[in-house]
Design a protein around this ligand. Sequence first.
Ligand code: HEC
Length: 259
Amino acid sequence: MSTSRDNPLARFSAFIWGIGSFLIFTVLLLIFWANRDQTSTLEDAAAAKRYETKTKVDASQDAGLVYKEIEPGKKVQVPPHDVFELVGKELASTKPVAVEKPEQVVPGSATEKKLAAAPAADTSAIDKAPAADVPIDPVVMEKGKAAYQLCGACHNQQGEGLVGPPLAGSEWVTGPVSNLILMQLRGLQGAITVKGKEYNVPGGMMAMAYQDDATIAAVLTYVRNSFGNKASAVTPEQVAALRGEVGKPQVNAAELKKP
Ligand code: HEC
């Protein structure tokens, strides 16, 4: 018997196995090399993650955009006015929201009718005389002065009146607090006599119920103690007590307490 070393067939098969293993090893090495993790630093790893996330976000936003096929195979993003039209049609064909917020009552809705028919709020607690000589808080006055920028557009910077009637020397401003809070929460319309002169501005004054209680209290405290006016402060609690009035139609002078 000859040893395998002398067997040409065995030597040939060993040769083939050798080449085969070498090739397999090389191919594995190449695959491994091609797929090696090229992120070398932590920053690189983080950046890769961010790019991946951004790509996903872009893709999902893209999916939300409206495209139109202008010619076969050519899609363009629909310009915004078309989108508005689509959104408008969508809204028009859907039912109105089930729950209306008082600040956004739909005109003619059941909520509006219910609010209009609701009894007037009890304002006696709000208008009972405040403790005498409660000093006006300067911080509240500053806050009120800032908020007055809006009022000033219609009532003028010194409350002398412009589009709206004057606030300086107005008996309404220094009168019952509940009147002022109701005007802020519901707005005001119809004839109103201020300093002996009748005003009836078309459209009246809009409700400004979106302002929080503290802001309304501050701006009212400010107008009651500026432009030569002098009256008690208005508290956020007094405003909060009338929040239930939000959404009712604009008040008119006849509904208010005589100043
Ligand atoms: C867009 C204009 C406009 C803005 C802003 C505005 N008002 Fe008026 N305001 C009016 C008009 C108009 C009237 C009179 C409504 C009427 O004719 O019934 C009025 C009436 C009033 C009155 C009762 C009449 C008087 O002169 O005493 C008070 C008080 C008042 N506003 C306070 C304020 C305060 C406080 C602000 C800011 C938080 C404010 N208004 C913001 C237009 C405005």
